[in-house]
Design a protein around this ligand. Sequence first.
Ligand SMILES: [Zn+2]
Length: 145
Amino acid sequence: MLLRTLPPASDRPNRTSRHTRRQPVRPSDWPGAKLGKVQRPRPDAAHQEHEATPVRTCVGCRQRALISELLRVVAVDGVVVVDERRRLPGRGAWLHPEPDCLTKAERRRAFPRALRVQGTLGTDGVRNQLERLAQRVGVRELPGP
Ligand SMILES: [Zn+2]
């Protein structure tokens, strides 16, 4: 009786929506009930992974650096974009926030290779962003070799 098919929605007044929700469908009747807890993707899982291996190679100068010193970039629709929150899906590449490193990466065509993209990738957006960052931080004096 409880599993009787409900009448079409047009036959029911709107108020019955509360009633239908209370209809005692036993959880064990659902096909997916035996799966138990649903595994949800945890937003900080990737973050923890980064903490475990906090060093990456800059695609520009090829020097290793802490990821906190690098920008993560990903390819989106044929252009390289800065993944400021380091949460975009897909393959990422790491770059010093230095125009020089960007230039080196462009010359070596490092982005398509690092991001596993066929063809070329536009980097204008990244360059603009680096220039904005440079203005915000001011010109940094790099230590000599
Ligand atoms: Zn670099």
